[in-house]
Ligand binder design. Structure first.
Ligand SMILES: Cc1ncc(COP(=O)(O)O)c(C=O)c1O
Length: 377
């Protein structure tokens, strides 16, 4: 089944012939007084609407298990919940700022160390110790759009008994399916492309591993950061147009990348594969597209604030994946939790702007960027 068909047709045959699933709001369920059994008992543990969403999430990633959380960060935290006192997780220094904050400020209190490395692609056997139990990564990285070889890193980590968790928010299962490349866990901020309309906070985890699946179900039940039935329904509906939206967003992003690369007012443009031919080759071997996020710096002497202020369409806001274009300054908005040195090592300058491209008309977007660049002089 093609992914666009799966996004629409995974859930079928609802009560009364309804073509969309029902929303089951009950927080608790009556049980058989004798056996005390029932299909559902209490919403935090499981819920029919959330279960339907979790079936869709698993289907899209080709996974055995899917889990829906109340935010991407709740999913990220749950994905690291198997780590115990003395364990270590390896991450790229440019990992999403919220993940950096969690690993830097919360995990140490649980006796777990996060070791940030500048370039995951340069890891070798010597970088792993008996304490290294997990590698958490994003490819492309945010907002540098650097690429990591998923197959190579997975083989390396598995040789040392570490699991690989991939934050696939930027790619979604439409463009990249890390479990098929050997990763153990996929995390997504479903707030972004899966929901697609900047009106819903949600997180997703998928895995084929039974032991990890048990741990994630426990995280749902024991920590309680689950997605509500109403939001689960809205996410089911959002996912139905995910492949369509992303196709248009990616088409727009490619046109903007080409336009900015040829523009005298632009100093650098970053897009998956732009760093080197090697990264372009790796990305092409593990993903079917480059997505709809790019980052760039204006030419020296241009006024960044005047440029952003003059933009008519992209709103100056964090987040990405919605139908509307958004622009932000990672150094102060999404990656402010990192130290200035960590940002510098990761290649996130104070001038770097990240553009998350929406589904607007490309002619309007290009015209808008051009007039804002003129205003920046
Ligand atoms: C790559 C990535 N991962 C995780 C998150 C966290 O997701 P949420 O905001 O849904 O908690 C974000 C949010 O911006 C993100 O961009």
């Amino acid at each position: 089944m093609h992914i666009q068909t799966a996004a629409v047709q995974t859930l079928r045959h609802h009560e009364f012939g309804a073509v969309v699933p029902p929303v089951h709001l009950a927080s608790t369920y009556e049980l058989d007084p004798g056996s005390e059994d029932g299909a559902y008992a209490y919403q935090r543990g499981s819920n029919p609407t959330r279960a339907q969403l979790e079936t869709v999430l698993a289907t899209l990633d080709g996974a055995a298990h899917g889990f829906a959380f109340a935010s991407g960060m709740a999913a990220t935290a749950a994905s690291l919940s198997t780590l115990e006192v003395g364990d270590e997780v390896l991450l790229p220094a440019s990992v999403y700022g919220g993940t950096y904050r969690f690993v830097d400020q919360v995990l140490p209190g649980r006796g777990v160390t996060g070791r940030f490395v500048d370039d995951l692609g340069a890891l070798t056997d010597e970088d792993f110790t008996p304490a290294t139990r997990a590698v958490f990564m994003e490819t492309p990285a945010n907002p540098t759009l650097r690429i990591t070889d998923l197959r190579r890193l997975t083989e390396l980590a598995h040789r040392h008994g570490a699991i690989v968790i991939v934050d696939n928010t930027f790619m979604t299962p439409v463009l990249q399916r890390p479990l098929e490349l050997g990763a153990d866990v996929v995390v997504q901020s479903a707030t972004k492309y899966l929901a697609g309309h900047s009106d819903l906070l949600a997180g997703a985890i998928t895995t084929d591993d039974e032991r990890l699946a048990e741990a994630f179900a426990l995280a749902q039940k024991a920590q309680g950061g689950v997605l509500s039935p109403g939001d689960s329904f809205r996410l089911i509906q959002g996912i139905k147009t995910l492949p369509l939206r992303l196709e248009r967003q990616q088409e727009n992003a490619r046109a903007i990348v080409e336009h900015l690369r040829a523009h005298d007012d632009i100093a650098t443009v970053r897009y998956p594969g732009s760093h080197s031919e090697e990264e372009a080759r790796i990305h092409a071997s593990q993903a079917t597209g480059s997505g709809a996020v790019l980052s760039f710096e204006l030419a020296p002497g241009l006024d960044r604030v005047a440029f952003v202020r003059a933009l008519r369409y992209p709103g100056y806001a964090v987040s990405l994946g919605g139908v509307e274009s958004l622009i932000c300054r990672p150094a102060t908005m999404t990656h402010e939790a990192m130290t200035p040195t960590a940002r510098e090592n990761a290649g996130i300058s104070d001038e770097l702007l990240r553009l998350a491209v929406g589904i607007e008309d490309i002619g309007d977007l290009l015209e808008d960027l051009d007039q804002a660049l003129r205003a920046a002089h």
